[in-house]
Design a protein around this ligand. Structure first.
Ligand code: GA4
Length: 326
């Protein structure tokens, strides 16, 4: 197994990971939502429609919870490769390095991918990490529900927990990942390009909440196809619309394409909570969303079917394609 932080890189071997994009994509102007603002809900819905992405700048999640988890995660990633490899619960969850998903995608990354409901107890020698994940996930899940309720209110969907209850269900299918993107100065020095940390994709779930340290790397794709980089904000949560919410809004919201380009000098650490519904939930446009005579753009499907199909795709595939009505 390749150790990510090894200084000497065999560049030919990693040529597939070299970003074809310019590392210096223009900085995006990301809508910043203050949850205490009485207009927060209309700003959120506008951002979901126009970009599928925004950041929440005032929230109740204490910064200490974020930094504690980040420290714990870094402690885990500093373990020997053999120790980290023990954190390999049954596929597809556990510790991963370079390989993303089951279909050959690679990234300049190591990560822990965990079920968030229920949270696991099985990462060896990492009781304090799991305790920090639990505390963090509980707080972030609450925040994702708040956002979902503001969306419902603005769209006049009743009851206001119509979306949030999917995230809160006893069997909701939520997961959590913490990613470490090692810096990659060697490659930058050779041709000025960067490594693909995590290739372009959309998130399959309803909503994702990401928090990262103060490093750049995240890029999102705007409606016109332009890739822009997201300036870091370690105190904020970046929220993206996932595929399921795109369907629930009958295409009114955008599941935003995003990717991470490894920074040549700085280590990037991000933690993401993916809020998904229970496997048995039907995913369809919310009736209150559909205007008079408006038909669903999508075939009816259950989250279980979508998830199974997603795991047969490659990262960059357009996963909603087969679920669209012709
Ligand atoms: C993208 C969003 C989440 O990170 C994730 C990813 C999952 C994985 O890493 O195992 C997938 C990817 C993600 C979408 C398509 C499939 C599944 C890798 C992959 C090629 C955990 C998720 O739910 O879907």
């Amino acid at each position: 197994m390749v150790v990510l932080s090894q200084p000497a890189l065999d560049l030919a071997k990693y040529s597939l990971l070299r970003a074809t994009c310019k590392p210096a994509a223009a900085a995006a102007n990301i809508p910043a939502i203050d949850l205490a603002d009485p207009d927060a809900k209309s700003h959120i819905v506008k951002a979901c429609e126009e970009i599928g992405f925004f950041k929440v700048v005032s929230h109740q999640v204490p910064i200490e919870l974020m930094t504690k988890l980040e420290d714990e995660a870094l402690r885990f990633f500093s373990l020997s490769q053999a120790e980290k490899d023990k954190a390999r619960p049954p596929y597809p969850l556990g510790y991963g390095s370079k390989n993303i998903g089951p279909n050959g995608d690679k990234g300049w990354i190591e990560y822990l991918l965990l079920n968030a409901n229920p949270l696991p107890l099985f990462v060896p020698n990492s009781e304090s990490l799991i305790a920090a994940v639990k505390e963090y996930v509980t707080a972030v899940k609450k925040l994702s529900c708040e956002v979902a309720e503001l969306i419902a209110e603005e769209l006049k969907i009743e009851p206001r927990n119509t979306i949030s209850k999917l995230l809160n269900e006893e069997k909701s299918d939520c997961c959590f990942r913490v990613n470490r993107y090692p810096p990659c100065p060697e490659l930058q020095a050779v041709d000025g390009k960067s490594m693909i940390g995590f290739g372009e994709h959309t998130d399959p779930q309803i909503i994702s909440l990401l928090r990262s340290n103060n490093s750049t790397g995240l890029q999102i794709c705007l409606r016109d196809g332009e890739w822009v980089s997201v300036p870091p904000d370690a105190a904020a949560f970046f929220v993206n619309v996932g595929d399921a919410l795109q369907v629930m809004s009958n295409g009114r919201f955008r599941s935003v394409k995003h990717k991470v380009v490894a920074d040549s000098n700085n280590e990037r650490v991000s933690m993401i909570y993916f809020g998904g519904p229970a496997l048995s939930e039907k995913i369809a446009p919310l009736p209150q969303i559909l205007g008079d005579g408006e038909e669903s753009l999508y075939k009816e499907f259950y989250w279980r079917e979508y998830k199974t199909a997603a795991y047969k795709t490659k990262l960059a595939d357009y996963r909603l394609g087969p679920f669209e009505k012709n």
